[in-house]
Write a protein that binds this ligand. Structure first.
Ligand code: PA5
Length: 481
């Protein structure tokens, strides 16, 4: 990454890109014992000050390079070039990736392009469609490939390690199909490889075959990579305003370096840490009240769970704490999950993700006025109904002693989404510091991969196949008659 820093303009009328309302976490709202009291908040002030010192020191040592991504000038330049080329030439951009190599692009696309982007006719859409392939279900993958005209399709294979079985299997299938359909020499025009700048088999393939490639910056893990080439290139190719997205994130990063008391990333981390350690709330339900933020909840799930689910602390002692992120969607899941949040076991904090003003206003007509069960709806908008549902649900939970906090953005725009993502990424790192764990690694996912390699016959992993088979020789089937 170069040292040159540019400050892109932020085109936003409002000053506040994100607000954090934690009234419904306090003892005032929930009652003594259930909510956070002044003594808890005073304790939080001290722990956040220590985390701030720790993170600032790590940032200055260059150990948190994701914090510099919003101001990296090279990636947007490359992405804009691709976008210019792709807009004229391609009908569809397909991302082949999984986890952190897929969820960021999926979240931002969901938030910032029209929800029906892929279904619009090309002239109305103005940009290629985006398809994110992040599974190897044969039926799912076959149905995606079946719907593509390869002549008009651009593939971006994304894998930092270049070793992820799912992504590499997809890549091999696509490469083979391109070769058979369009000929080997045409592949170059249809392929972008995003991977480690130096290591891994995908880097070797990119360099030896002279395929277009972009680097995943060193030290940036998948779940912190949405604002690197991993997210920025495919998003630019489908018409996302990456200038404003990065500008919003840059502003969040500036705010995240302010003292913790005035810093939403730190407050979000500190409050959730307290709810977990002091109040036993070890589940965080991320519940956006906007269809366009549904995939942001998926992205957040990976960020929080892979960052915070750690068995050991950095000092080698066992880590007894974790806050598992799960997702819900308002208002839909009020009718499927809310009963549990209201009256079920008390281990949850709900994080509402709200939008103050929607991009479309849909009014409910004032008809059926003589039916009082319907008359109250007429004259309101769907946006009002959704926002009141969110507020009403937070209040109902609080009256039942159930904690919630609300993150809200004034409107969904490239800048506010960039701000939100960067703030939550910093919050994950702050949380890591509060729990005393490493939020940047994911040792727990390795063993499953090794068993898969063994079962698939990868060289060097035969012992995992034997280990897997141990004790499983007799398949047991229980049939109830
Ligand atoms: O956050 C992470 O590090 C993971 O979710 C990875 O992104 C995921 O496993 C894919 O890895 P890779 O990009 O190496 O294919």
């Amino acid at each position: 990454m170069t040292e040159k820093r540019t400050k892109p303009p932020v085109k936003e009328e409002t000053d506040e890109f994100l607000t954090l309302d934690y009234n419904c976490l306090t003892s005032e709202a929930l009652g003594a014992g259930k909510g956070l009291g002044p003594e808890d908040l005073a304790e939080m002030k001290a722990t956040l000050a220590a985390a701030y010192k720790d993170i600032e020191a790590r940032y200055r040592k260059g150990l948190l390079p994701f914090m510099d991504l919003p101001r990296d000038p090279d990636t947007p330049k490359a992405a804009r070039k691709l976008a210019e080329m792709g807009r004229k030439r391609f009908e569809t951009v397909v991302v082949l990736g999984i986890g952190g190599s897929a969820l960021g692009a999926a979240a931002v696309f969901n938030a910032l392009r029209p929800l029906n982007h892929n279904d619009l006719p090309p002239a109305k859409r103005g940009w290629p469609r985006l398809v994110v392939c992040d599974n190897v279900d044969p039926e799912g993958f076959a149905s995606i490939l079946d719907g593509l005209d390869l002549k008009n399709t651009f593939f971006n294979v994304i894998s930092k390690s270049g070793a992820t079985a799912e992504t590499m299997a997809q890549f091999m299938i696509v490469f083979d199909q391109l070769q058979r359909t369009l000929g080997r020499s045409a592949i170059k025009e249809h392929l972008l490889i995003t991977t480690d700048p130096e290591g891994g088999v995908l880097r070797k393939i990119a360099d030896s075959g002279d395929y277009a490639s972009l680097p995943v910056p060193k030290g940036v893990g998948g779940r912190f990579s949405v604002l690197s080439s991993v997210g920025i290139a495919p998003l630019a190719m489908v018409g996302v305003n990456i200038t404003d997205l990065l500008a919003g994130a840059a502003r969040a990063q500036e705010d995240a370096r302010k003292p913790p008391a005035a810093n939403k990333a730190y407050l979000f981390a500190g409050l959730n840490h307290l709810m977990t350690t002091a109040k036993g709330r070890n589940i965080l339900v991320m519940m956006p009240y906007a269809d366009s933020l549904a995939r942001t909840a998926d992205w957040f799930g990976q960020l929080w769970n892979e960052s915070l689910g750690k068995a050991s602390r950095l000092d080698g002692t066992p880590n007894p704490w974790a806050q598992t992120a799960v997702k819900a969607l308002g208002a839909t899941d009020q009718h499927s999950q809310l009963q549990m949040y209201m009256e079920g076991t008390e281990e949850k904090t709900i994080c509402f993700l709200g939008v103050d003003g929607f991009r479309h206003q849909v009014n409910i007509p004032s008809i059926f006025r003589d039916h009082e069960e319907l008359a109250y709806l007429g004259g309101h908008s769907l946006g009002e109904l959704l926002s009141f549902e969110r507020q009403g649900t937070a209040r109902a939970l609080a009256e039942n002693g159930r904690p919630s906090l609300t993150l809200s953005i004034p409107k969904i725009s490239a800048a506010t989404v960039g701000y939100l993502l960067q703030t939550l990424e910093v919050a994950a790192v702050v949380s890591g510091s509060l729990y005393g764990i490493d939020p940047l690694d994911q040792p727990g996912v390795e063993l499953g991969k090794q068993f898969t390699y063994g079962l698939m016959g990868r060289q060097g992993f035969a012992s995992f196949k034997e280990r897997y088979a141990k004790g499983l020789s007799a398949k047991k089937k229980f049939i109830l008659r």
